[in-house]
Design a protein around this ligand. Structure first.
Ligand code: HEC
Length: 180
C-alpha cells in the first residue's frame, strides 16, 4: 500500500528531474555557443548595433527626424533671394515633386489647389497655389513661407535643408504653371 502511494508521487519528480537536466544541457549549449561567438567575453564586444547606428538605410521618401542642423533656423522676412539660387533642371524638379508629396501634398493637395485630405480640417484652408497673389509671388517669398511657416501652416526649417526647400519651390512653380 505504502509502495503504491509512493510510486505515483515519485514518477512526476523523476520526469521533472529529466526535464531539468535537459534544460540545463540546453542552457550549457547556448552559453557554449555564445562563449565561442564573443571571444573577449565583454558585453560591449558583440555584433549588435551601437547607439546612433542604424541597421539599414531609411526607406526612400521617409522623413527622418534629424538632430538640429546648422542650417535649421528661421529666416528673417525679406532676406531670401528673389529667384532661386539653384539651377532648375528636371532632376531637381523630380526631387521637389517627391519632397512636395512627402511634406505638403496632404495639406495642399497633389495639384496644389489647397484640397489635400489633412488640409480639410484647417481653417483657413491651405492655400491654393493658383491664387494670382501666389502665382506672382517671388521664389524667395515661397521659400520663406516654407522655412518659417505661415499662420497655421508649420515651419519646415528644421525638417528640410535649404536645398530641399528650393527644390520644393521649383516644384510649386511647375504646379502653378500647369506643367505637372
Ligand atoms: C499641415 C498642413 C500644411 C502643410 C503640411 C503645409 N501647408 Fe502650406 N499652408 C497651410 C495653410 C493652412 C495655409 C494657409 C494659412 C492661411 O491662409 O492663414 C498655407 C499656406 C501656404 C502658402 C501661402 C502663403 C501665403 O502667402 O498666403 C504657401 C506658398 C504654402 N502654404 C506652401 C506650402 C509648401 C510648399 C508646403 C510643403 C513644404 C506646405 N505649404 C505645407 C497648411 C499646410
Amino acid at each position: 500500500m505504502g509502495l503504491t502511494t509512493r510510486t505515483p508521487s515519485r514518477a512526476p519528480s523523476r520526469r521533472l528531474c529529466r526535464a531539468h537536466v535537459l534544460a540545463l544541457l540546453g542552457m550549457l549549449g547556448l552559453f557554449g555557443t555564445s562563449a565561442l561567438g564573443g571571444c573577449s567575453g565583454q558585453m560591449a564586444d558583440q555584433p549588435s548595433y551601437k547607439t546612433g547606428e542604424f541597421a539599414r538605410l531609411p526607406a526612400s521618401g521617409s522623413i527622418p527626424m534629424v538632430p538640429r542642423k546648422p542650417w535649421a533656423s528661421r529666416l528673417p522676412p525679406g532676406t531670401a533671394t528673389a529667384s532661386t539660387p539653384l539651377l532648375v533642371n528636371q532632376a531637381m524638379i523630380a526631387e521637389g515633386k517627391q519632397l512636395y508629396a512627402d511634406n505638403c501634398g496632404f495639406c495642399h493637395g497633389a495639384r496644389g489647389l489647397g484640397d489635400g485630405p489633412v488640409g480639410e480640417v484647417y481653417a483657413p484652408k491651405p492655400a491654393n497655389f493658383q491664387l494670382p497673389r501666389l502665382v506672382s509671388a517671388t521664389d524667395g517669398r515661397i521659400y520663406e513661407v516654407i522655412t518659417n511657416g505661415y499662420s497655421t501652416m508649420p515651419a519646415f526649417y528644421k525638417r528640410l535643408s535649404p536645398e530641399e526647400r528650393w527644390r520644393v519651390v521649383a516644384y510649386v512653380r511647375e504646379l502653378q504653371h500647369g506643367r505637372e
